[in-house]
Design a protein around this ligand. Structure first.
Ligand code: NIG
Ligand code: FE
Length: 451
C-alpha cells in the first residue's frame, strides 16, 4: 500500500524503520526529510531594482507598440521590485529612473522577454541514447514503445531513482535552460504511472524551483501511457487515475494533461480523465494529434483546453476550431528534428488566427532539447515562422499557454523576466542557430545567469 512507503524514495516501512507524515500528510522517511529540508534551504531572492540602458533593440511584445513584436530601437527599461515600471525609447527615459536606479549598460545589445517553455517532461531519470541510436538506424518509435521500451523504459528508470537524484538531474537541466534564457518552465509528471513516482516527480519539479532561479509550473500527466501492470486492464488504470492518483497529485499540480493518441489514450478516455481532473481543480491540456489524426485536437477544442500540444497532423478545420475555442496551440519543432518528421503546421495555425506557442518538449525520447533558442531557430528555418512570429511564440505565446498574464512581455506591470542577447537584434536567434546568445538573464529584475 502506498501509505506504507516513503513517497520520496519509495522504500517500505520495514526498510526505513521510521516513516513520518510529510508537510502535506503523505508518508516520508527520515532520510528524505533530511534531503528535502537541505534543499529547501536554498535562498533565492529576486525583486531587483535596475535600469537597463544602451539597448539596441527591445522586444516588448506590447500590442500597443507597432510591429509584430512591439520592437523599440535605442531603448531603456526601468525595473523596481522585480517589475517593469517603464519601457520605451531611451531618449524619453524619465530622469527619476535614471537617477534612482542602479544602471546596467547593455552596450548595444538586444533585450527580449524571458522564454516561457510551456511543455516539458523534465523530471525524468536515465536517458535513451541507445534507443535514439536504434531509431537513427530505422527502428520505429511506436514499435519500441509497444515492445516495452520508449516511455516505459523511462518509467522504469524514474521509479527506481532516489528522490535526491531525480531532483539533482532535473535541476541541472533547468539550470542549463535558465542559462539559455528560459525563465519559466512547465514540468509534467507521467514517468511514474503509479502513486509514489507521480508524487516524486511533482515534488522534484517543485524542488527545482527552490534550487534554480526559474519559475516552475507543474502538470499531472498520469495518463501518459498504460503502465505495464495494467497492460490488459485499461478500465483498472482509469479507475486508479480517478480514485487514487488524481486526488493525491492534484494539490501538487496546476494542470492535467493526457497523451491522447495511438498507443496511449482514446479521446473518450481522455475526456473522462480531464473531467475527473476538473473536479480536483486541474485545468486541461492535451498531447494531441502527434502520431496521427487521432481525435485529440477536436477534443481539445470541445473541452476548451488551455492548450493542445504537438498537432503535427492537423486540418484547417481543426485549426479553426482550436482558434474559436481560444485553445493555445503549443508546437514542438525540436520533436520533428529528433524524430525526423515534418515540421508542425505553424503557418496553418497562424493563418487561422490561433495563439501559437513554441516549446522544447524536453524529454529523453522524442526531444532531448533544452534550448528555446534552438526551438526558435527551427521554427524559422524549418517551420515557416517569421523570426518575429517565432520569438513572440516562444515568449508571450508560452506565457499565454501557461496563463501567466504578467510574463512574456516587457511593459509596465510585467514581471521583469528578460534576456539580454549578445547580439544587436532578436533576428540573430534564428540567424545563428547553435550558439547560446544569452549574455545575461534577469529573473524579476535580478541577474541570475551570465552574472
Ligand atoms: O511529448 N508523446 C508523448 N510524450 C512525449 C514523449 C515521451 C517519451 O518518449 O519519453 C512527447 O513526445
Ligand atoms: Fe510531450
Amino acid at each position: 500500500m502506498a501509505r506504507l512507503t516513503c513517497s520520496f524514495c519509495g522504500k517500505s516501512e520495514a526498510e526505513v524503520r521510521n516513516l513520518v507524515a510529510g508537510p502535506d500528510g503523505v508518508a516520508i522517511c527520515n532520510e528524505c526529510v533530511g534531503v528535502v529540508s537541505e534543499i529547501n534551504q536554498a535562498d533565492l531572492t529576486y525583486g531587483g531594482d535596475v535600469v537597463l540602458t544602451g539597448i539596441s533593440s527591445l522586444v516588448t511584445n506590447d500590442p500597443r507598440v507597432p510591429g509584430p513584436v512591439g520592437e523599440i530601437p535605442q531603448a531603456s527599461v526601468a525595473i523596481r521590485g522585480g517589475k517593469v515600471r517603464w519601457a520605451g525609447p531611451e531618449s524619453t527615459l524619465p530622469l527619476k529612473y535614471r537617477e534612482d536606479l542602479p544602471p546596467l549598460d547593455c552596450e548595444g545589445r538586444a533585450v527580449i522577454p524571458g522564454f516561457v517553455d510551456a511543455h516539458t517532461h523534465l523530471a525524468f531519470a536515465g536517458d535513451r541514447a541507445e534507443e535514439f541510436s536504434r531509431r537513427m538506424a530505422g527502428e520505429d518509435y511506436e514499435a519500441i514503445l509497444r515492445a516495452g521500451g520508449g516511455i516505459l523504459s523511462t518509467v522504469r528508470a524514474t521509479r527506481e531513482a532516489p528522490f535526491s537524484d531525480l531532483v539533482s538531474h532535473t535541476a541541472a537541466r533547468a539550470q542549463r535552460m535558465l542559462e539559455q534564457g528560459t525563465t519559466t518552465v512547465e514540468i509534467k509528471s507521467g514517468y511514474g504511472l503509479e502513486l509514489v513516482t507521480e508524487l516524486k516527480q511533482l515534488r522534484a519539479a517543485a524542488q527545482v524551483q527552490e534550487q534554480v532561479p526559474i519559475d516552475v509550473v507543474t502538470t499531472f500527466l498520469g495518463a501518459h501511457v498504460l503502465p505495464p501492470e495494467y497492460a490488459s486492464d485499461r478500465e483498472g488504470y482509469l479507475r486508479l487515475l480517478e480514485e487514487e492518483l488524481l486526488p493525491a497529485c492534484a494539490p501538487l499540480a496546476v494542470y492535467c494533461d493526457v497523451f491522447c493518441d495511438r498507443g496511449a489514450f482514446s479521446p473518450a478516455e481522455a475526456r473522462r480523465i480531464l473531467v475527473a481532473a476538473a473536479h480536483h481543480g486541474l485545468r486541461p491540456r492535451l498531447h494531441a494529434n502527434q502520431l496521427g489524426q487521432t481525435g485529440g485536437a477536436g477534443l481539445a477544442a470541445e473541452v476548451k483546453a488551455v492548450s493542445a500540444d504537438h498537432l503535427d497532423h492537423l486540418t484547417a478545420d481543426q485549426a479553426a476550431a482550436l482558434t474559436e475555442a481560444g485553445t493555445v496551440a503549443v508546437l514542438l519543432p525540436a520533436v520533428a528534428l529528433s524524430m525526423r518528421t515534418p515540421s508542425p503546421p505553424g503557418p496553418m495555425l497562424l493563418e487561422a488566427g490561433a495563439i501559437v506557442a513554441l516549446a522544447t518538449d524536453c524529454n529523453p525520447g522524442t526531444s532531448y532539447v533544452e534550448s528555446m533558442q534552438l526551438v526558435v531557430a527551427l521554427a524559422v528555418l524549418e517551420g515557416g515562422f517569421t523570426p518575429a512570429q517565432a520569438v513572440w511564440s516562444a515568449t508571450r505565446g508560452g506565457a499565454l499557454a501557461l496563463e501567466e498574464e504578467d510574463k512574456g512581455w516587457i511593459r509596465r506591470g510585467a514581471l521583469a523576466d528578460l534576456v539580454i542577447l549578445d547580439a544587436p537584434s532578436y533576428l540573430h536567434l534564428s540567424y545563428r542557430p547553435g550558439s547560446n546568445l544569452a549574455w545575461k538573464v534577469l529573473k524579476e529584475g535580478t541577474v541570475v545567469a551570465g552574472v
